[in-house]
Design a protein around this ligand. Structure first.
Ligand code: ATP
Length: 419
C-alpha cells in the first residue's frame, strides 16, 4: 500500500484519500473537517455568493470571467457581510461566478431555485462514494450532486471551462456532466474544493441495478465488499455476465444515444481526457410492480421505501436538458408538462426477458485525466494489458473502445417497434 493513500487498517480510523471517519462520533470527515461543518460552510458560502451575484447586472460572459476568483471570510462571530455561525472561521471562494451563472441559466436553473435546493434543505451524504476518497452530497430535491475534488481536478476544470462551455452552448445533446459551480472552503489551513453537478440517479426512482462502465475488462469487476451493499455499483465484467445480450432499445433511441456518446467521446478525446465512466441506473418497471403488489418491500435501493415514483414526480428534476432522455434528444420539455407516456426522464428499454426497463445514464469522472501517484501503478498495468503502449494515442484509443463497448455490447437496437 502506498503511504498516505490509505489509513491504518486497525479499528481506530480508516481513511481513503482525504475521506475519513471521526472515531468518537462515527461522522465522516474530509481533510479532518467534519461533514456537518463542511455542509454548513457550503450552505453559508453559496447563499452569500448567489446573493451577491444577483446584484451584478446581467451581461455577456467575457474571456476574463473564467479566471475570476471571489473570496469572502466567514468569522464565526459574524461580520458586516456575513452572519455568525457555529463552525470555526472559514473562507469561501467562488470560481468564475459570472461564467457559472450563465451556465446555470442555460440549464434553466433560476438563482432562487439553486439557492433553495442547495441551502434551504439538508444535504444528504451519499453512502456509495467512489474509491478515490471524494465525498458526495445530493440535494434533498434530487436535483444536484456536490462532489469534493482534488486540487488538480479543480485546476483542470478551470482550464477546461471556456472550451467545455463553448461546446455545451452549441450542443445541448450531451451526456457529459453539467457543472453548475466550483467552490473552495478554506478551514483550518486546508482547502476543500467542491463542484456542483447534475444528479443522474434520482433517489425517488428505485434502481434495481447500477453500473459504472468504461469499456475495459482489466480489473473491472465489483469488489466483494461492494457486492454486499443493497444496490452495488457493478462494472464491465459484471455487466457482460449479468446481461450478456445487452439492453434493447428502440431504433430512434438507440441512434440518438449512440450519436450522443460518439460526440461526447470526440470532445473528451480533444481534451485528452480518459478514464471516464458511463454511470447507469436501471429501473425495472415489471420488477417494481411485482414488489409493490407482492407486498415485498425488499430494499431495491430507493431510499424512499415504498413511495412510488409517480406520486412525487412533479417535484423531481427541474433543470432543463438533464434527464437521460433529454440528454440524448437535446430537447428540453416544458416545465411541469407530463407527456402521456411518462418515463420519468429515463430511456425506455427491455431486457431479453422482455421486462420493461427505464435507463438512467451519464458520463462521470472526466476531471481525472491527470491521475495521481497512487493510481499510476494501475494505469501502467492497465495500459500494458490493453495492448496500447503509445501513450499519445491513448485518449483516442480509450474513446473508441468506450464507444464500441456501449454501442455494441451494452445497448442493442431492436429491429421492430415495442408495444
Ligand atoms: P473512483 O475513483 O471509484 O472513480 P470517484 O471518487 O472519482 O471514484 P465517481 O466515479 O465520480 O467517484 O463516482 C462515484 C459514485 O458516486 C458513482 O458510482 C455514483 O454512485 C455516484 N455519482 C457520481 N457522480 C454522480 C452523478 N452525477 N449523479 C449521481 N450519482 C453520481
Amino acid at each position: 500500500q502506498m503511504p498516505g493513500s490509505s489509513g491504518t487498517t486497525q479499528s481506530m480510523k480508516k481513511t481513503i484519500g482525504h475521506r475519513g471517519v471521526e472515531t468518537t462520533t462515527g461522522e465522516t470527515t474530509y481533510k479532518k473537517t467534519t461533514s456537518s461543518a463542511l455542509k454548513g460552510a457550503i450552505q453559508l458560502g453559496i447563499t452569500h455568493t448567489v446573493g451577491s451575484l444577483s446584484q451584478k447586472a446581467e451581461r455577456d460572459v467575457l474571456m476574463q470571467d473564467f479566471v475570476v476568483v471571489e473570496s469572502i471570510f466567514f468569522p464565526s462571530e459574524g461580520s458586516n457581510l456575513t452572519p455568525a455561525h457555529h463552525y470555526s472561521d472559514f473562507r469561501f471562494k467562488t470560481y468564475a461566478p459570472i461564467a457559472f451563472r450563465y451556465f446555470r441559466e442555460l440549464f434553466g436553473i433560476r438563482p432562487d431555485d439553486y439557492l433553495y435546493s442547495l441551502c434551504n434543505e439538508p444535504l444528504i451524504e451519499l453512502s456509495n462514494p467512489g474509491a478515490s476518497g471524494s465525498l458526495f452530497y445530493v440535494s434533498s430535491d434530487d436535483e444536484f450532486i456536490i462532489k469534493t475534488v482534488q486540487h488538480k481536478e479543480a485546476e483542470f476544470l478551470q482550464k477546461l471551462l471556456p472550451g467545455y462551455f463553448m461546446n455545451i452552448n452549441q450542443n445541448k445533446r450531451t451526456l457529459l456532466p453539467k457543472f453548475y459551480g466550483l467552490y473552495c472552503v478554506q478551514a483550518g489551513g486546508k482547502n476543500i474544493r467542491i463542484v456542483v453537478m447534475n444528479n443522474l440517479l434520482p433517489r425517488i426512482i428505485p434502481m434495481h441495478l447500477k453500473y459504472d462502465l468504461k469499456g475495459s475488462t482489466y480489473k473491472r469487476r465489483a469488489s466483494p465488499k461492494e457486492r454486499e451493499k443493497a444496490v452495488p455499483i457493478h462494472k464491465d465484467l459484471d455487466f457482460i455476465q449479468d446481461l450478456p445480450d445487452g439492453l434493447l432499445l428502440e431504433a430512434d433511441n438507440y441512434n440518438a444515444l449512440c450519436k450522443t456518446i460518439q460526440r461526447d467521446c470526440l470532445l473528451l478525446q480533444s481534451f485528452k481526457i480518459m478514464d471516464y465512466s458511463l454511470l447507469m441506473g436501471i429501473h425495472n418497471m415489471d420488477q417494481a410492480n411485482r414488489e409493490r403488489s407482492g407486498g415485498n418491500l425488499g430494499d431495491s435501493g430507493g431510499s424512499e421505501g415504498a413511495v412510488t415514483p409517480d406520486q412525487r414526480r412533479p417535484q423531481a428534476q427541474k433543470s432543463l436538458y438533464c434527464t437521460a432522455m433529454e440528454s440524448i434528444q437535446g430537447e428540453a420539455r416544458g416545465k411541469g408538462v407530463l407527456d402521456s407516456e411518462d418515463h420519468m426522464g429515463g430511456i425506455p428499454s427491455r431486457n431479453t426477458k422482455g421486462e420493461r426497463l427505464l435507463i438512467y445514464i451519464g458520463i462521470i469522472d472526466i476531471l481525472q485525466s491527470y491521475r495521481f501517484i497512487k493510481k499510476l501503478e494501475h494505469s501502467w498495468k492497465a495500459l500494458v494489458h490493453d495492448g496500447d503502449t503509445v501513450s499519445v494515442h491513448r485518449p483516442g484509443f480509450y474513446a473508441d473502445r468506450f464507444q464500441q463497448f456501449m454501442c455494441n455490447t451494452v445497448f442493442k437496437k431492436i429491429p421492430h417497434v415495442l408495444n
